[in-house]
Design a protein around this ligand. Structure first.
Ligand code: SF4
Ligand code: SF4
Length: 196
């Protein structure tokens, strides 16, 4: 190292040159508009397509949409859904999920289960604040899933509309409501092979 370079280095060290450089950067940024959010006092606007916690949905008349078909369970790549279905004795040919579990600690939020559901009973919400000290509470059961669905119903519906899985029009609603009704109101005798 030359004498000039060595002298410069000693002078910089003596005058705390790096500290002044850092202070210059700090001072400059005092006049910039901050881009950070003061979470949790400030919250971001979450887009409608956001994949947050899953929730189960009911029809507008309060009836559970889920028919316990297990398609969501089959579609889940993380194997974190468990559905136990049973026959609904009040409606012929109708089934429902008597138990429903999602281990949200294993969920990768891919949305495949929502896409697989034929009746749009599952939807993703904008809920993301469910950290806990007790991991066992993150095994969402049917009651919790319906609770999430009810608390975040508007967001869950927006998710389905945004992903083009459900339309917000009368024709769509009629189709959904007429399916179980048509089975109940049928006056046709059952086919012979079923009665013999
Ligand atoms: S979002 Fe994906 S990983 Fe999570 S439960 Fe649904 S299918 Fe499974
Ligand atoms: S949530 Fe949908 S796909 Fe899953 S069991 Fe219920 S009806 Fe079937």
């Amino acid at each position: 190292m030359s004498v000039g370079a060595l002298t410069k280095k000693i002078l910089e060290a003596a005058l705390f040159d790096e500290i002044w450089d850092a202070m210059k950067v700090t001072f400059k940024h005092m006049f910039y508009k901050p881009i950070t959010f003061q979470y949790p006092r400030e919250q971001r606007t979450i887009p409608d397509a956001h994949r947050g916690a899953l929730g189960l949905l009911r029809y507008d008349d309060g009836k559970e949409r889920c028919v316990g078909c297990d398609l969501c369970e089959a579609a889940c790549p993380s194997r974190c859904i468990k559905v136990i279905s049973a026959e609904d004795k009040s409606l012929p040919l109708q089934r429902y999920a008597s138990e429903f579990y999602i281990d949200i600690t294993k969920c990768v939020f891919c949305g495949y289960c929502v896409e697989a559901c034929p009746v749009n009973a599952l939807a993703m919400t904008k809920m993301y604040e469910y950290s806990t000290h007790d991991k066992r509470t993150l095994l969402f059961d049917k009651k919790r899933l319906y609770q999430i669905g009810e608390q975040h119903l508007a967001d869950a519906k927006k998710y389905l509309y945004t992903h083009n899985q459900e339309k917000n029009d009368d024709m769509f609603h009629d189709y959904r409501y007429f399916f179980p009704q048509s089975v109940v109101q049928s006056t046709q005798p059952p086919p012979r092979h079923l009665t013999s």
